[in-house]
Design a protein around this ligand. Structure first.
Ligand code: GDP
Length: 433
C-alpha cells in the first residue's frame, strides 16, 4: 500500500503518459493536483476488439478502469466546458458509467471565459508562445487565484453566489479586454453559459481533500499524477520560462491537501536525453545532426507540429530535480532513441565564462544561458533494444549509461522504457509492491 507521486523531472514531455498508465494499473485512486487542460494523454484502447483513440487533457487516464477513482483536486484549474466534453467523450465510448468514478474538488478554481480570451490576447501581444499553450486560460486563472479573485466549482452550483462573484470580477476583466482592443463580455451570457454547465458537473463535485485523506488512512494505493516538468515549476523552474503551477512533488501536498509525511515515494520521469519546447535556456541543446537524430528517432514534435529542441541528458538539472522533489526512484524513458550512436554524453555539470564549475543549474535564465555543459562521454550502442525486458539483456554500454545515471543522481532506477508500447518496458522495481 503506498501513496506515490509521479513527476516530470525535466522540461515536460518526458513520456509521463506511458509511465502513469503503467502505474495506474496498481493504483486504486489517481489524483491530478496541478495544471489544467494543458496536460494530455492520448490513449489507444481496445473496445469491442476495435482500437479506439481517446484524448484526455484533464481527467486522469485511470478513468478507463471502472474500478478506480479519479480525482481532480483543488490545485487544478478546471475549464467546465472541456470537462464536460471529456465526460461526454468517455460516456460515448462506454466509460465512466458510474458518477463515483470521478471526483472534482468543490474548491478547484474555474477557468472563466475571460481567462481564455486574455490568454490569447496576451499571447498575440507578446508574439511569444507561452508554456501553457495558446488560449486555454490556465495562466490567467492561476493569477486570479493568487489575486483572491477565483471563482470556484462550488460557486458554479449556487446561482446567487455565482452572480455575485461574476458581478465583482467582470468589470475589471472587461476593462482589460477593451485595453487589448477586444469587445467586453456580456454579463448575462457569461452567467448563462456557466449555469448550463453546472448540472452536468454537479454529480461529480465533492470534498476531494477529505476523500484523498481517508483513502490514504485506509491504506489504498494512490497515484498523484504530475503534469509538465520540474524545470517548469512556477517557483522552482527557470522563471519566467515556466508554467503557472507547482509541478514538483510539493505541488501534490498543496494541490491535493496531503501532508508531506503521508507520501511514500516520488518517481521522477526523465528521458534518456533532453528536449525543450519554446524559449528559455537549454544548456545541452544540440543544433547538429545528433540533435536531429534525437528529434527524428524520438518523434520530438509537438501536437502543433513544432520541432522540439533536443540534446544530451542533463544530470546537473536532474540532480536539482532529484533534490527538490526528493525522488525515491527514476523512470528512464526513450532509452531506445539513443540506439545507433557511436557515443552518448551525460552533462555532469556546467562551466561559466569565468571558468567556475557548477553541479546544479542557476535558475536565472540569463546566467544559465552563458553556461557550457561539462560532459562525460560514454560508449554508445547500435542494437535495437525495444525487445529487451530485463536489464541484464541490455547491451553493456546501455547498462553502463543507466548505472552512471543512478550513481550520479544517487537515485535507484525503478523503470526503463524502451519503446512507446506498454509492453516495451523494463520494470526494475514495483513501487506498489
Ligand atoms: P508526456 O506529455 O510526458 O506524456 O510526453 P509526450 O506527450 O511528449 O509523450 C512522449 C511520446 O513518446 C509519446 O508519443 C509516447 O508514445 C512516446 N514514448 C513514451 N515512451 C517511449 C519510449 O520509451 N520510447 C519511444 N520511442 N517512445 C516513447
Amino acid at each position: 500500500m503506498a501513496a506515490n507521486v509521479i513527476i516530470g523531472a525535466q522540461w515536460g514531455d518526458e513520456g509521463k503518459g506511458k509511465v502513469v498508465d503503467l502505474y495506474t494499473e496498481f493504483a486504486d485512486i489517481v489524483v491530478r493536483f496541478q495544471g489544467g487542460n494543458n496536460a494530455g494523454h492520448t490513449l489507444v484502447v481496445q473496445k469491442d476488439g476495435v482500437p479506439q483513440k481517446t484524448v484526455l487533457h484533464l481527467i486522469p487516464s485511470g478513468i478507463l478502469h471502472s474500478d478506480k477513482t479519479c480525482v481532480i483536486a483543488h490545485g487544478v484549474v478546471v475549464d467546465p466546458e472541456i470537462l464536460i466534453q471529456e465526460i461526454d467523450a468517455l460516456r460515448l465510448r462506454g466509460y465512466l458509467e458510474r458518477d463515483e468514478q470521478l471526483l472534482i474538488a468543490e474548491d478547484a478554481s474555474i477557468i472563466m471565459p475571460y481567462h481564455r480570451v486574455l490568454d490569447t490576447l496576451r499571447e498575440a501581444a507578446t508574439g511569444e508562445e507561452q508554456m501553457d499553450s495558446v488560449g486555454r486560460g490556465i495562466g490567467p486563472c492561476y493569477e486570479d487565484k493568487v489575486g483572491r479573485r477565483s471563482i470556484f466549482v462550488r460557486d458554479l452550483l449556487d446561482e446567487a453566489r455565482l452572480v455575485e462573484r461574476v458581478r465583482a470580477t467582470l468589470p475589471e476583466k472587461n476593462a482589460l479586454l477593451q485595453w487589448y482592443g477586444h469587445a467586453p463580455l456580456d454579463f448575462n451570457q457569461v452567467i448563462d453559459d456557466l449555469l448550463d454547465c453546472a448540472p452536468r458537473i454537479a454529480p461529480f463535485v465533492g470534498n476531494a481533500n477529505r476523500f484523498v485523506h481517508e483513502a490514504i488512512s485506509r491504506g489504498r494505493n494512490i497515484l498523484f499524477e504530475g503534469a509538465q516538468g520540474t524545470m517548469l515549476d512556477v517557483s522552482l523552474g527557470t522563471y519566467p520560462f515556466v508554467t503557472a503551477s507547482h509541478t514538483t512533488s510539493a505541488g501534490a501536498c498543496v494541490g491535493a491537501g496531503v501532508a508531506p509525511a503521508r507520501i511514500d515515494g516520488t518517481i521522477g520521469i526523465t528521458k534518456a536525453y533532453c528536449s525543450r519546447v519554446g524559449a528559455g535556456p537549454f544548456p545541452t541543446g544540440l543544433d547538429d545532426e545528433i540533435g536531429q537524430h534525437l528529434r527524428d528517432s524520438g518523434k520530438e514534435y509537438s501536437s502543433t507540429g513544432r520541432a522540439r529542441r533536443c540534446g544530451w541528458i542533463d544530470v546537473a538539472a536532474l540532480r536539482y530535480a532529484a533534490r527538490v522533489n526528493g525522488f525515491t526512484g527514476l523512470a528512464v524513458t526513450k532509452l531506445d532513441v539513443l540506439s545507433g550512436l557511436d557515443n552518448v554524453k551525460i552533462c555532469v555539470g556546467y562551466r561559466d565564462p569565468g571558468g567556475n564549475e557548477y553541479s546544479e543549474p542557476i535558475l536565472d535564465p540569463e546566467v544559465l544561458a552563458t553556461f557550457e555543459p561539462i560532459y562525460e562521454v560514454l560508449p554508445g550502442w547500435r542494437e535495437d533494444i525495444s525487445d529487451v525486458r530485463v536489464l541484464e539483456e541490455l547491451p553493456a554500454a546501455a547498462r553502463h549509461f543507466l548505472s552512471c545515471l543512478q550513481t550520479l543522481l544517487e537515485v535507484p532506477i525503478a523503470l526503463v522504457s524502451v519503446g512507446p508500447k506498454r509492453s516495451e518496458t523494463i520494470v526494475v522495481q514495483n513501487i506498489y509492491r
